[in-house]
Design a protein around this ligand. Sequence first.
Ligand code: SF4
Ligand code: ZN
Ligand code: ZN
Length: 323
Amino acid sequence: MHARCSVCGEPAVARVEYARKWLCGAHFAGYVEGKVLGALERYRLVERGWRVLAAVSGGADSAAMLGVLAKASVALGFRLAAVHVDLGIEGFSEASRRAVEELCGSLGVPFAVVSLPEVAGVGLPELARRARRPVCSVCGAVKRYLVNVAAAEAGADVVALGHHADDLLAYAVKNFLFQRLPELAKLGPKTESTGGLVGRVRPLYEVYKSEASLYARLSGLPFTEERCPYSPNRSVEGEVRAFLDSVEARRPGFKISLARGLARNAGLWGQGPRSPPRACRVCGAPSEGELCSFCRLTLKALGRPMGDVAREKVREAVSAIKW
Ligand code: SF4
Ligand code: ZN
Ligand code: ZN
């Protein structure tokens, strides 16, 4: 016999083990939306009237986030737009960008694309090669910088990130194992705006990766399944993720308890992201020294700090967003 939805008795499409429920497509979608709304309220992630800029990659996770936020924006009275950073990775970036365009088009969410090749004249792989740094570490720095500038230039109150519980927990446990404790302070559901740093929130804090993907699929949200060619095949995070999943299989709901514990205690591990004390001499972004990390990176890789050019290009790009 096929399983039936615990709510309406229609054929079920998903088992939510920790809630001991079978759910049909409609009730599964409602369940995920309820979890996100619950997190928005429990952690006070957004306020009525705010301008929320969602950073979207084109993958299923951020598609799910944008889909739920589009509904929540009506219920909770905030404004929503999206930004996508085109990294200039052959094949992958084109597919990601197309997915974002389709996604935002189908949801009616205004969006801007910030293109790294347009900003810096080279794509991510070439930038990393010239900087002699690992691609993923340059990627993280570039995305953080460009999304923050986009949020500041667009007048956003907060940036929403599509990190789900599996991402956050694997990263948190890895950092605990390596005793990089200050990193844990950055992993709460939100960080406040300070100085030139726009605050960040994680609406999918308690949503599992499998739930986000199924939600995106069931809701017919456009996303790409293309994998970044630089994503590592074997990583400590991957091993931690497999371990957390094996515990979850025996103790359903374990990952949610862990996420709630992290939300409660992240602040104990340090101060979290603070606005660095100075403004970059070239682009004005918050900076520890004379130059911000993006200007230092581009100076090393390209012979010239590009923050001022980047800010100009980002300003042009986000002028497409009409809140
Ligand atoms: Fe960036 Fe690709 Fe590395 Fe992810 S896997 S951080 S998208 S370079
Ligand atoms: Zn149902
Ligand atoms: Zn700078």
